[in-house]
Ligand binder design. Structure first.
Ligand SMILES: [Ca+2]
Length: 373
């Protein structure tokens, strides 16, 4: 099932071509309003909405459990409970939840909701991710060494995490895949640090609001560059890569997924200051096909989009205004990028100008300005 819900119009280009942009894609979650019963879907491998049972009870490993809590604040939670992950300087450097998939998957989707607290500057690493690991002994994570490229049959892994570029991007940063695999590029000095896959337009989830994030990985034919990576933010596809040579061996499959956070005690000062980092997670679904945002009710039919619109998070009027501006800027930016791909540079230029004029305060306006230079 894959309904397309248009939240914006289409743009008629000078060439006569139609461009659809900024569409929310509904997936299998649209069959289960509120995610009720979603675990029974044949494509679903895992579901945790943190409503019942011991926190982390569905996972195989809870790292640093003292910094993970059940959230019940009605102003924050999705449902009646969410997961609150809170690092404190001097106490914990990291935490995380890990789950193993046996024997592993060729294609995997993970959808979750995440909310960043007012105390969020930046972090070293953290977010949601997957790992394909041949590590023996049942350990979690790649089991490799930071700064080194793995062998093609050893591991590949990815975390979709907020990156701040030392304050150049507002907190918590832009969501970017931080990736290790055997064909990754060195840094020029012979070291290998996580290579980036960056959504376009840039995706900054902001502070104090829930964001729906979904990623998809597809393993490649061994040693051939046909692996894939994809990301949706609030149901809108904003990054897709189809030429990745993740692995050399078919034995290596995606066999772990996780959420987490990492910031060492000595890292706060250069990561935006403060002494804590709080984030919330909820409505995690892992599946073999596209999941999409949580819906309030089933779409009545294709072409009746209002019935299935994703549940919007609680926001103040000011946040709503800001979010609407960001969404509109993102929509225009996607149209402009599409126009560029179709060779319609004039159309693209007008759209970039429109973004700068209408939504100069948004982060995407900076990207649009750069395109105009
Ligand atoms: Ca919940």
């Amino acid at each position: 099932m894959r309904d397309m819900v248009a939240i914006c119009g289409v743009l008629l280009l000078a060439s006569g071509g139609l461009v659809a942009a900024g569409e929310v894609e509904l997936g299998l979650a649209a069959k289960y309003p509120g995610d009720v019963g979603i675990k029974a879907d044949p494509a679903v491998l895992f579901h945790d909405n943190f409503e019942q049972g011991k926190l982390g009870g569905k996972w195989d490993w809870v790292r640093s459990p003292k910094s993970i809590f059940v959230e019940t604040d009605k102003e924050i939670v999705r449902g009646t409970q969410s997961l609150r992950s809170a690092l404190t300087k001097g106490k914990d450097d990291d935490n995380g939840l890990w789950k193993r998939l046996t024997p592993g998957e060729e294609v995997l989707h993970m959808r979750h909701y995440v909310r960043y607290g007012d105390d969020f500057g930046y972090i070293h690493h953290g977010g949601s991710g997957f790992c394909a690991s041949a590590r023996r002994g049942g350990g979690f994570g790649p089991g490799g060494h930071a700064g080194k490229s793995p062998k093609g049959d050893m591991y590949f892994w990815n975390t979709l995490e907020p990156i701040g570029r030392r304050g150049r991007w507002k907190a918590p940063g832009r969501l970017i895949f931080y990736s290790y695999w055997w064909k990754m590029k060195p840094d020029g000095r012979g070291n290998y640090w996580g290579n980036w896959f960056q959504p376009d337009p840039p995706q900054n989830p902001g502070i104090g609001k829930w964001t729906c994030v979904e990623w998809r990985v597809k393993c490649n034919t061994p040693a051939q560059p046909d692996g894939e990576l994809c990301v949706w933010v609030n149901g809108v596809r904003c990054g897709e890569w189809k030429d990745v040579n993740w692995r050399s061996s078919a034995e290596l499959k995606v066999n772990q997924f996780s959420i987490g956070i990492y910031l060492t005690n000595d890292g706060y000062e250069r990561s935006g200051g403060g002494t804590t980092r709080t984030q919330w997670y909820d409505d995690i679904v892992v599946a073999r096909s596209y999941i999409g945002p949580v819906v309030k009710e089933k779409p009545k039919s294709e072409g009746a989009p209002s019935a299935g619109l994703p549940i919007e998070p609680k926001m103040s009027p000011e946040e709503q205004k800001r979010t609407a501006a960001e969404k509109d800027a993102a929509r225009l930016y996607q149209m402009a990028r599409q126009a560029e791909r179709l060779g319609q540079r004039d159309v693209a230029t007008k759209l970039y100008q429109q973004i700068v004029e209408k939504h100069g305060q948004t982060e995407i306006a900076k990207q649009a300005e750069a395109k105009l230079r």
